[in-house]
Design a protein around this ligand. Structure first.
Ligand SMILES: [Zn+2]
Length: 64
């Protein structure tokens, strides 16, 4: 995933990593939350870091 090259300020909350990156289309900073748990594959983009952190904290893997 080439977008990963632009990630900085990565932090981890549980199995979820949050990386800040610049959206090349809009030029805006966005915050991606990505679950690193095997076979989960959940990820989402947020406009603010606190939104991404909240999503990371409330994320529950649906795999067992
Ligand atoms: Zn997960």
């Amino acid at each position: 995933m080439p977008a990963r090259d632009f990630f900085h300020s990565v932090e981890r909350i549980g199995p979820v990593q949050i990386g800040t990156h610049r959206n090349r289309r809009t030029g805006q900073t966005s915050h991606a939350a990505v679950c690193t748990a095997e076979r989960c594959g959940w990820s989402a983009d947020y406009g603010s870091r606190s939104a991404a952190q909240l999503a990371a904290r409330t994320h529950r893997c649906h795999i067992r």
